[in-house]
Design a binder for this molecule. Structure first.
Ligand code: ZN
Ligand code: ZN
Length: 254
């Protein structure tokens, strides 16, 4: 499984993009960044988008992708998947013909550019050769993380945004090869992190204790660039092997 980091930051600055992880060129985990880094041909390869939650920094690539598609070809469609509460929010507040055209009915309902498909937590389903399972996580709005398992049995866990949580760690009963976990804030902001549904390095340490098997690799996403130096120091202070902070543009093979 090839994971290309289109963005992995908790805020936007030049060189720091919102979260989006492109798996084998066609399956996108979160959609905070698409057109800012992918050329047209690469955008056309995206067929499925798995969204963790409806916060803007995780979905804002979707409306622009849809607009690029409609400009060129009426027969192409992208399936956007998430738990029902997330899809409802996107439909009601983003693709509502006010903020952006409703691409779930353009050009018409049968051949719409965007197809929304809801997911039931902890019910494994298939996208092509991948097995996908969503797990609810603990954020300020309804949110779910994912396990993506390749045909070869390689397992990627992605939390999306979450504070201290429970269900998703059950997925580590079967070994996970790579876990992309959020750490948004420095330890000094622990209370704010808990209040807003995020983790610090110190809180991550407690989450790791809940895991049945420690993932082979842990990659940190969503740090606030304003506190990146401090977060890096605190993650290094966990003294765990195979833990690293992601950088935009990296490609990881899992
Ligand atoms: Zn969020
Ligand atoms: Zn976020």
């Amino acid at each position: 499984m090839k994971v290309r980091v289109l963005g992995s930051s908790g805020a936007e600055f030049p060189g720091f993009n919102s979260p989006a992880f492109l798996i084998d060129d066609s399956l996108l985990l979160d959609a905070g960044t698409i057109g800012a880094v992918l050329g047209e041909a690469a955008q056309w390869k995206i067929r499925h988008v798995l969204v963790t939650h409806a916060h803007l920094d995780h979905i804002k690539g979707i409306p622009f992708l849809a607009d690029n598609i409609i400009l060129k070809n009426k027969k192409h469609s992208v399936t956007v998947m998430g738990i029902p509460a997330v899809l409802n929010t996107i439909k009601r507040n983003l693709l509502n013909d006010k903020v952006w055209p409703d691409f779930t009915v353009i050009p018409d309902i049968d051949s719409a550019v965007l197809k929304l498909k809801s997911i039931r937590p902890e019910k494994t389903f298939a996208i092509n050769s991948y097995k996908i399972t969503a797990y609810r996580v603990n954020h300020a709005v309804p949110a779910a993380g994912y396990i993506v398992e390749s045909a070869g049995g390689r397992r990627l866990l992605y939390t999306g945004d979450t504070g201290p949580t429970e269900r998703i760690w059950h997925a580590t009963e079967t070994p996970v090869h790579c876990a992309i976990i959020e750490v948004s804030m420095p330890n000094s902001m622990k209370e704010m992190a808990i209040l807003t549904g995020h983790l610090t390095a110190g809180l991550l340490k407690e989450e790791i204790k809940k895991m049945k098997n420690i993932p082979e690799r842990i990659l940190i996403t969503h740090p606030k660039p304003q506190y990146l130096k401090q977060i890096k120091k605190e993650v290094a202070g966990l003294r765990m092997k195979n833990i690293a902070i992601l950088r935009d543009g990296e490609v990881h093979r899992i």
